[in-house]
Design a protein around this ligand. Structure first.
Ligand SMILES: *Cc1c(COP(=O)(O)O)cnc(C)c1O
Length: 392
């Protein structure tokens, strides 16, 4: 990890400068160290690097590569963490996190990304790892479930696709009282809108494929937290071979320089889109944490600095009629994923929740007439006009 003096307060400043100063040639933007290994002048020097707490250049799969390390400095500073580890995908970050800190039991609260649900419900149990699930209306039994043996409490906030907001401080206090660690998937909010570590969580995990990458051109992930908690994750990442390629690390580094300004525009445009949808007679419900009538609004206002770029709404019609609205959109591209400069649209029942049984979807409040928007950086009036023509 390069040194970065935390003498400036602004997140914009961190986005631009954190992790950027370490290049020995003085390159303003660090080069891509496309080298799998690094040379030593003597055995003593090699041993010194090996004993230096993974901070030197050594072998790229270990993450001991200057491009990856520069990225990790920036990632750590953005989440206000002591340390960060970069990964080749969000799922790589999550699986390393679960295998390291969840072996005695994992509790997932609320809805979660499809891959996360599959990993927790179908795959980790094959390794003998007990996993449990609680939805928002079952949180009264949190202590009871924690007592059954839970090492790690995991949740997204806001969640996909219903944008449910969970109380990071409240859940962390209750989990800590039972001796469990808390990890928050901060993919939807980004550190610009929400900093889970400052609110009491122990670990943050990201799919950097989304807003952190921001241009739908890289797959990557990250875990942030204390050095102590990250040290054992480092070993799993090393031996599962989960580091990002140096090219990917450099691209993500470039993306992060504009993260704050991108996210603020996503926030503003999504709010405008949500407010427009609220007014439309063919829209029966709008789910957006920034709307005063939304259930999670007051909590979101307390723990978030912005409400994000994701908007979910329901059309007055069945699944086919909803698909007609989606198909008439011209600026919103039909594609899974989110967080890029371009606006995307999906129906959760045909993408993220396609394989989920109908009763389970219903329990999670996911309907056939639900549409999820990732509001991009196009002119917001163009986006609103596109939605209006598709609905009319
Ligand atoms: C996309 C996503 C993931 C998985 O990330 P990948 O980079 O695709 O592996 C995990 N959590 C959330 C909330 C996501 O949106």
């Amino acid at each position: 990890m390069n040194d970065y003096e935390e003498e400036f307060d602004g997140l914009e400043t961190d986005c631009v400068h954190a992790g950027e100063a370490g290049d020995p040639q003085g390159a303003v933007h660090g080069p891509v160290y496309n080298s799998t290994t690094f040379r030593f002048d003597s055995t003593a020097e090699l041993l010194e690097t090996l004993e230096g707490g993974h901070s030197g250049a050594f072998y790229t799969r270990y993450g001991m590569n200057p491009t990856i390390q520069a990225l990790e400095t920036k990632l750590a500073v953005l989440e206000g963490a002591e340390s960060a580890l970069a990964f080749g995908a969000g799922m790589a970050a999550q699986s390393a996190l679960f295998l390291t800190h969840g072996r005695g039991g994992i509790l997932c609260i609320g809805d979660a990304y499809g891959g996360t649900i599959e990993l927790l419900s179908a795959q980790l149990p094959l390794l003998g790892i007990p996993t449990r699930f609680l939805l928002a209306d079952e949180l009264d039994s949190l202590e009871e479930v924690l007592d059954q043996g839970v090492d790690l409490v995991f949740f997204e906030t806001p969640t996909n696709p219903t944008l449910e907001v969970f109380d990071i401080t409240g859940i962390s206090d209750r989990a800590h009282a039972a001796g469990a660690l808390v990890a928050v998937d901060n993919t939807f909010a980004t550190p610009i809108n929400q900093q889970p570590l400052a609110l009491g969580a122990d670990l943050v995990v990201h799919s950097a494929t989304k807003y952190l990458g921001g241009h739908s051109d890289i797959t990557a992930g990250a875990v942030m937290g204390s050095r102590n908690l990250l040290e054992p994750i480092w070993s799993w990442r090393k031996n599962l071979g989960q580091v990002p390629a140096p090219e990917t690390a450099a691209l993500l580094m470039r993306s992060l320089r504009t993260l704050a300004i991108r996210v603020r525009q996503h926030n503003a445009s999504a709010r405008a889109v949500a407010e427009t949808l609220c007014e439309h007679p063919r829209v029966t419900r709008v789910l957006y944490p920034g709307l005063p009538e939304f259930a999670g609004f007051s909590l979101a206002r307390k723990q978030m600095h912005g409400f994000g770029g994701m908007v979910t709404f329901e059309v007055d019609g069945d699944g086919d009629e909803t698909a007609d609205v989606v198909d008439r959109l011209r600026l919103f591209t039909i594609a899974p994923s989110l967080g890029g400069v371009e606006s995307l649209v999906t129906q959760p029942v045909t993408t993220t929740h396609y394989t989920m049984a109908a009763e389970e979807r219903e329990r999670r409040g996911i309907t056939e007439s639900m549409v999820r928007l990732s509001v991009g950086l196009e002119d917001v009036d163009d986006l609103v006009d596109d939605l209006l023509q598709a609905l009319d």
